[in-house]
Design a protein around this ligand. Structure first.
Ligand code: ZN
Length: 128
């Protein structure tokens, strides 16, 4: 994990809970009352709400990488709109605001429109 060093640097310089060596504990975090979780030898990336909310935003680039790597859901601002299907009335999440049918009905509606087109075509054909 290459960003761990950047995280550590950010913690060292900016985290208010990071107190250096205290009570004989290196990288002491006053919030955890134990070493800062980002300084563990473990490769896994721990989560620290205080860090994510109060320290990480200071480094925009790291913030993005951090959230990207962990799939941190920040705000559901990209949430798809819930729309009622005009065919069956069921709700579904639309990919675009032009979408009228749910996934199930979309397939059926397409087939039906082809069928009606074919029927019209045949009717015209037979009347000639
Ligand atoms: Zn539907």
């Amino acid at each position: 994990m290459q960003n761990k060093n950047s995280i550590k640097r950010l913690v060292k310089n900016n985290c208010a809970c990071y107190l250096g060596t205290k009570h004989g504990i290196p990288n002491y975090c006053c919030l955890q009352d134990s070493p800062c979780i980002f300084f563990s030898q473990n490769d896994a990336l721990p989560r620290c709400t205080y860090f994510e909310n109060g320290v990480l935003p200071m480094d925009e680039k790291l913030d993005q990488e951090y959230k990207f790597k962990r799939n941190v859901e920040t705000e559901p601002k990209t949430a798809k709109p819930r729309v009622n299907c005009t065919r069956c009335g069921g709700t579904f999440s639309a990919n675009s605001n032009r979408q009228k049918y749910c996934d199930k009905c979309r397939g059926r509606a397409r087939k039906e429109s082809i069928r009606t087109r074919v029927r019209k075509f045949r009717q015209k054909d037979s009347s000639m």
